[in-house]
Design a protein around this ligand. Structure first.
Ligand code: ATP
Length: 261
């Protein structure tokens, strides 16, 4: 029997000061699944993730994590979920080590030292143990946020543009770790404009456009719905599904560099 979804979103809508940003979006993520959230700028990707992370209230609809409603049980949701934005907020004066100690205490992690040491090794932060967050590079801050999240082993992991500040080794480590976490039973969401990465690791796709849900399903289902041949790349499908013109794909155009990076 198929497991219950860890993340469930039904008819989620969000308006900012009366202006709709996301309208009636529904999807779910089961253990082991990696959902790629894609769509042009302003499509509503971050809004959807921030609402799931209980950082902003939905205007309508229902969002649950392991069955806990984000509005009624935000603390239970926070215990089970990690939201990692591309520019995470850290405590500027706390060192790398202190961040992990804090995360371990806040989430009741047992025997955190060994886990922390392994994570710092994996993400090449071992040499920065005693460095304050304010003195880390942008990519290092991202890596620290990822290590802090992985330390308490949340069942739902939400990455918002996770690759923007990472170096090639960091990108490879993060991609591998996302796949491993999903294989271990986590439900993962990854929003990104880097469609090759999304195609590489995601099992499912949520395609948003102008706050509307254009598609939710597996990558194969997406191909069937939008492409006239089974070998179409996610990038080709993206342009077909969002109605972008060929002109936007000419080498050197800003749209081209955004998706090809
Ligand atoms: P991007 O790819 O550029 O990161 P996105 O898909 O993550 O975009 P959102 O950041 O969710 O898009 O924005 C969706 C819509 O909501 C946009 O029209 C944006 O202007 C609007 N919006 C987002 N945050 C706010 C806010 N705090 N106040 C008002 N409007 C907002």
């Amino acid at each position: 029997m198929s497991p219950d979804p860890l993340i469930s979103v039904r008819s989620f809508s969000k308006a900012y000061e009366g202006v709709p940003a996301v309208e009636r979006v529904s999807f779910s993520v089961k253990p082991g699944e990696i959902l790629g959230v894609i769509g042009p700028n302003g499509a509503g990707k971050t809004t959807t993730m921030r609402a799931l992370a209980t950082l902003i209230p939905p205007s309508d609809g229902e969002m649950t994590v392991e069955g806990f409603d984000t509005r009624c049980h935000p603390v239970e949701v926070k215990r089970r979920l990690a939201y990692i934005p591309d520019d995470p907020r850290l405590f500027p004066h706390l060192t790398v080590e202190e961040h992990l100690t804090f995360a371990a205490a806040a989430y009741g992690v047992s025997q955190p030292d060994e886990k922390a040491a392994r994570l710092l090794e994996d993400f090449e932060l071992s040499g920065k143990r005693k460095t304050a967050a304010r003195d880390l590079s942008r990519g290092m801050r991202q890596k620290l946020a990822i290590c802090s999240a992985y330390l308490y082993e949340p069942s739902a992991l939400l990455f918002d543009e996770p690759l923007t500040g990472l170096d090639p080794i960091g990108i490879r480590t993060l991609k591998q770790s996302i796949v491993q976490r999903a294989q271990a039973g986590a439900a993962v969401m990854v929003s990104s404009h880097l469609l090759a990465m999304v195609e590489d690791i995601c099992t499912h796709i949520l395609l948003l456009g102008g706050g509307q849900q254009r598609f939710f399903g597996t990558v194969d289902e997406l191909r069937l719905e939008f492409a006239d041949h089974g070998s179409a790349s996610l990038e080709q499908i993206f342009f077909l599904a969002t109605g972008e013109t060929d002109a936007a794909r000419q080498p050197g155009s800003s749209a081209d560099s955004a998706v090809m990076a």
